[in-house]
Design a binder for this molecule. Structure first.
Ligand code: ADP
Length: 173
């Protein structure tokens, strides 16, 4: 039997955006099994807990009508990405790349990871043009200030953000 090709798509997903979802759908076509690794990433000060982020990503996947469900799995991880990738027998790590901004960081990370385990290849998928400018960071800032996030995230995620920050225009102390 041919070996299953497993890919890992790691990220903070705080919260998952339309840009992430686009990468997930495209990545799922390249591998037999896709593991979405939700990094605990406490250092980044996420607004949603790891458990919440995992739950949100699972809900997003479940809401898609792409027959992807059986091949995509969502897991939290708190260890070194390369160790996590090895633990799920991944052949590739998938990352999304937006314009210029991501390059330096991603280039370094891919280089370091290649040193840690040259057998696991990092594969970059270019952001689709209409999602190019979407980042979790700005989605959070817009949400925090009561702005409209529906262009960037699913309705379910927009609702979560509203619940977290209070309804738009609502008074906050
Ligand atoms: P991290 O903290 O690991 O950068 P993120 O959740 O911010 O986690 O992003 C996960 C991955 O998704 C990264 O490779 C990032 O470059 C990519 N990504 C984020 N937003 C987009 C987008 N709009 N289009 C394509 N890729 C994206």
């Amino acid at each position: 039997m041919a070996k299953m090709r497993v890919g890992v798509y790691p990220g903070t997903f705080d919260p998952i955006t339309n840009g992430h979802m686009d990468i997930i759908l495209r990545a799922a076509r390249l591998v037999d099994r896709l593991v979405i690794g939700v990094a605990k990433n406490a250092g980044k000060g996420p607004i949603f807990s790891t458990e919440e982020r995992v739950e949100i990503v699972r809900e997003e996947i479940a809401s898609q009508d792409h027959g992807l469900l059986e091949r995509v799995e969502v897991r939290a991880f708190d260890n070194l990405l390369m160790h996590f990738a090895m633990s799920v027998n991944a052949a590739i790590i998938i990352r999304g790349l937006r314009a210029v901004s991501d390059f330096e960081y991603e280039f370094q990370m891919a280089g370091m990871n290649a040193r840690l385990n040259p057998k696991i290849e990092t594969v970059f998928l270019m952001a689709t043009d209409r999602y190019q400018f979407i980042s979790s960071r700005f989605v959070k800032e817009i949400g925090m200030l009561g702005g409209e996030v529906s262009h960037f995230v699913s309705p379910a995620v927009a609702t979560r953000l509203q619940q977290r920050f209070g309804a738009p225009g609502a008074e906050r102390g």
